[in-house]
Each structure stands twice: as C-alpha cells, then as structure tokens.
Design a protein around this ligand. Structure first.
Ligand code: CA
Length: 217
C-alpha cells in the first residue's frame, strides 16, 4: 500500500513516516501543498494523509483540486484547526475522514485501515485490453476465461500500465509505483517483473520503448 503523507512539521512528519512504515505502508512524504497536488495528479497512491496548514498551497485547496480532477484516493485530513467549520469544510471538499492534532498513531492507523476497507468495497471499474481483464478490487486477472496468478508486484506493474493504456509509461514511474520515491530499487527488478508478466500473459502484451519505458496498447 502506497501512502502519501503531506505534513510540513518536520518532527511530526518524520515520526509519522516511521510509524506508518512500521505498519507496512510504503510512505512518501512531502511538506509542500503545491508539490503534493502535482504528485497526486501524476502518480497513484492508495491513501493520503493531508495536513491543512501547508506552505505552497493550503491542504483544503489541494483536496478541492484533486476531487475536481476526479482523483478518488481516500484522504484523511490532519488538522490543528479544531473549529467545527474547518472539519465540515474538509468533509464537504471530499475528505473521507479527519483527525485533530494531537492524536495518537494507533488511532490514525485504525482510521486508515477503515478507509482502505471502504475504498476497496467501492465499485472499481474493470481494466481491459484485448482478452485480458483485471478486476483491481478483487485482485484478479483473467486471460480469456483463464485466471492468471500474479505476484503482488507483477499486479502493481500490470495495473499501472493498464491504467495508462496507450501511453508510454517511463520506467521511473513504474519503479515509484512499486517502491515509493526513496525505496531500494534493485537495478533489474522491473525487467524481471515485466519478463514474468510476458511469460504469463504472452510476449506481445507489453511493448518495450527503448530508453524510456513500457506500454500496453
Ligand atoms: Ca502544518
């Protein structure tokens, strides 16, 4: 699960990053609202923890923008502003939950688990290409009527390519989807996943665009 943490307080951000990593999330941490907006519009995350008072762009405006652009990733707002209007405003703008600072990590983790469960219950459209069908919610892939077993990382790569069907996806994007920004990437890990996907789904499904990345369709 890849989580974007947006928090400009260095101490709190660092503590949260470590705590969430210990819970098993791949955590990318940003401290600036405008950067967060850019990342949310160009990359995929499973969850967002968003502070409201941020340099660059206010958290509420980031939220408004991504919901306008139809980004449906669940967002939990962190706020020191405990005024009722601020909470209502956040929920009106499309936040899924909020926590008022100070809070404890256990409560944050419990709320995130519940957000994830809710988002996975939401109807997610099937992704298709020729006779390949992916059901992201059920984590299932079929080739014609045959079910194909994929590892989690193979699934992540295939999903990202299908979500960007017809476009060349740079290899850095795929590596980020797999490992986050500062994760350890073994130099040929992506090639290995693509190789296995081709073995399971047919050599032609994924095209290599030399020096750039990969493409489906
Ligand atoms: Ca702040």
């Amino acid at each position: 699960m890849r989580l974007l943490l947006v928090e400009d307080d260095p101490l709190l951000g660092d503590g949260l990053k470590q705590g969430l990593q210990a819970e098993g999330y791949t955590v990318d941490w940003l401290t600036d609202g405008a950067q967060a907006l850019h990342s949310l519009l160009t990359e995929s995350f499973d969850l967002v923890v968003l502070d409201l008072g941020l340099p660059g762009m206010d958290g509420i405006d980031v939220l408004k923008e991504i919901r306008n652009k139809k980004v449906v990733t669940p967002v939990l707002i962190l706020t020191a502003r405990d005024a009722v209007e601020d909470r209502v405003d956040g929920l009106d703008q499309g936040a899924d939950d909020y926590l008022t600072k100070p809070f404890d990590l256990e409560e944050l983790c419990a709320r995130l688990r519940s957000l994830l469960r809710r988002s996975q219950d939401r109807a997610v459209p099937l992704l298709e290409h020729d006779d390949l069908t992916m059901d992201p919610a059920a984590r299932e892939v079929h080739l014609g009527k045959e079910k194909v077993d994929l590892s989690l990382k193979e699934f992540v790569v295939l999903r990202y390519l299908l979500e960007h069907k017809g476009k060349v996806v740079p290899r850095e994007r795929l590596e980020q989807a797999l490992y986050g920004w500062d994760g350890e990437v073994e130099s040929n890990a992506l090639e290995v996943h693509v190789h296995k996907l081709r073995k399971k789904l047919g050599a032609k499904i994924i095209s290599t665009v030399r020096g750039v990345g990969y493409r489906i369709g």
